[in-house]
Design a protein. Structure first.
Length: 176
């Protein structure tokens, strides 16, 4: 039906997730080139406010709103997540097991809602002196709902990367 509507009205096709079937479960990978140096994006990645910004409009983590300290290795948190900032969606737990400034990598183990396991690796690498590649890799397990979960994850990270590009472009346009 969607294909018929797409051809009839020239609607863009929904994004197809970049997935890998790995030993731990399906993997969704999203990558974006951002117009900022990798070191600057790394500092943004460490700020909870950045996560709230890139998820804005889709997901809200009320417990992080007043958090100003950077993310640190070994910390764990559990709190409610709201869908579209209104609808209680899930109780979400996160454990940050890696924050590596040298390789610019953050890795977490998370779970909540339909997700039994959500393993998230965030990485940034330089492209050149003024731009970088930001990469999200998420492995999920959701039992029989895993195929649906992969689609949900891809939609979340499509939104997230769109917001990352908007943020980076806005920061890069600020005169120095």
């Amino acid at each position: 039906m969607l294909e018929r509507l797409s051809s009839q009205f020239s609607l863009p096709r929904p994004p197809v997730p970049s997935t890998d079937q790995q030993q731990g479960g399906p993997r969704v990978i999203r990558s974006s080139v951002l117009p900022l140096p990798a070191d600057q994006v790394w500092l943004l990645m460490l700020r909870p406010a950045t996560m709230l910004y890139v998820l804005h409009g889709l997901l809200d983590f009320p417990r992080l709103k007043d958090r100003h300290r950077p993310i640190v290795e070994g910390e764990s948190r559990t709190g409610r997540v709201r869908l579209f900032h209104l609808v209680p969606f899930a109780r979400w737990s996160i454990h940050v097991h890696t924050v590596d400034a040298d390789s610019r990598v953050i890795a977490t183990e998370e779970c909540g809602g339909m997700f039994r396991r959500w393993t998230h690796t965030l990485r940034v690498e330089p492209v050149d002196a003024v731009s970088c590649r930001y990469i999200d890799i998420v492995e999920v397990e959701a039992g029989v709902l895993t195929p649906v979960a992969v689609q949900v994850v891809d939609a979340i990270f499509w939104h997230r990367h769109r917001r990352w590009r908007r943020l980076a472009t806005a920061i890069a346009s600020i005169p120095r």
